[in-house]
Design a protein around this ligand. Structure first.
Ligand SMILES: Nc1ncnc2c1ncn2[C@@H]1O[C@H](COP(=O)(O)OP(=O)(O)OP(=O)(O)O)[C@@H](O)[C@H]1O
Length: 362
């Protein structure tokens, strides 16, 4: 049971809000503009120190306030013993994170409270740029292997250095060889972890999708960002003159992508809007199921406006799989009724009615 108590202060229209969530399904309902998504945003800040709606954190801080705070009691390891976790952000963008009486960094925080978001933007996994799919992929790789973050950071550093040499326009052969060797070493290790993650995710995704989207089979595959037949060493050599002209490295894990195909065609071009939502929801559910299998603990789902565009049958199946992830879920909906009746008898359901930034007792 991850979050046992939550207190939010000065996040958008939520001046001061407290809730004791259920370990299972929490449904936050209320009219447009009442603050439903802001509750999810606050929990996201608790898990990642940032918003999922904006890069400009000043928008998150309530107008007139100089900082926002989210404080919680969390049972991160599911042992039954809760610890205090607090995240505070001010207008200067400083972020202070305290857990069990100690300051911790963002990576430790992200490990502690794995948060999954499903909202309108999530559907960009199919339609958006490769960067969106890499983010999806790296969430899973990060949470399935503790080495991933070190390799990712090392790779980013080497890529930045290589690109600045390329921009400079002249690179001595000896220096280029040193950087390329480091680039290849990080790239291959990073790539192995991503490949392993997708191999593990695929069967989970296939099972969920077969239930949620009858008659449509999706081929999910991973593209590393370079032609593996030639090898990265050869690719960097072959591309060198072009990279020098352009001033950046054109092949490598920074170009990795996921491919989703239906009968050989790109899923984004073939599927209906509703079907795309089902595919993306299945990917996100598969990540939750796999996370649980690998870590013996569950992640937290933040789902903004679940009922939109899923019909009753698909909403029911979605809720069934959500329960299977064993996650604590926070789901928003304008209509309370739209989310009743989809859950098993065992589901621990709690409803919160929000009106103008405060919970209503009615
Ligand atoms: N920095 C801020 N300070 C104060 N209020 C804000 C701030 N940013 C946004 N708001 C207001 O907070 C309110 C809650 O927004 P939120 O998106 O959480 O509503 P919602 O209940 O999810 O609405 P909808 O159902 O329309 O999606 C809105 O009225 C919005 O104008």
């Amino acid at each position: 049971m991850p979050i046992t108590q939550l207190n939010i202060r000065a996040v958008r229209n939520l001046s001061e809000l407290s809730l004791s969530p259920s370990p299972g399904i929490n449904i936050i309902h209320g009219p447009n503009g009442s603050g439903k998504s802001s509750v999810l945003e606050a929990i996201h800040m608790l898990g990642l120190c940032r918003s999922f709606r904006t890069n400009k954190l000043n928008h998150l801080i309530q107008t007139g306030a100089s900082q926002c705070t989210v404080f919680a009691q969390v049972d991160a390891m599911g042992t039954g013993a809760s610890q205090p976790l607090g995240v505070e952000r001010n207008l200067e963008s400083d972020c202070r994170i305290r857990y069990a009486g100690n300051n911790i960094d963002i990576t430790t925080l992200a490990e502690l409270l794995p948060v999954q978001v499903i909202n309108a933007e999530t559907f960009m996994i199919l339609e958006g740029s490769p960067a969106v799919r890499r983010q999806f992929l790296d969430w899973g790789s990060f949470h399935s292997n503790p080495e991933f973050i070190r390799l990712w950071r090392g790779f980013r550093r080497v890529l930045k250095q290589r690109n600045s040499l390329l921009k400079y326009g002249k690179i001595e052969q000896r220096i280029r060889a040193v950087w390329d060797q480091e680039f290849i070493s990080y790239a291959e290790q990073l790539n192995t972890l991503r490949e392993l993650y997708i191999e593990a995710l695929k069967p989970e995704f296939d099972v969920i999708l077969a239930d949620l989207l009858e008659g449509v089979s999706i081929d999910l595959s991973f593209s590393p960002g370079w032609d593996k037949k030639r090898g990265l060493d050869q690719v960097l050599n072959d591309n060198f003159e072009r990279d020098l002209r352009q001033g950046y490295t054109s092949a490598g894990p920074q170009r990795a992508d996921l491919r989703l195909k239906v009968d050989g065609h790109t899923a984004a071009e073939r599927l209906s809007r509703g079907q795309k939502k089902i595919v993306v929801s299945s990917l996100k559910l598969a990540q939750g199921v796999l996370f649980y299998k690998l870590n013996s603990r569950a992640c937290i789902y933040l789902i903004d406006d679940l009922p939109s565009e899923l019909d009753q049958q698909h909403s029911r199946l979605f809720c069934h799989y959500l329960e299977k992830t064993a996650s604590q879920c926070f789901i928003t909906s304008v209509d309370k009724e739209a989310l009743t009746g989809y859950w098993s008898d065992q589901a621990e359901l709690r409803f919160f009615n929000i009106q103008e930034g405060a919970f209503s007792t009615q």
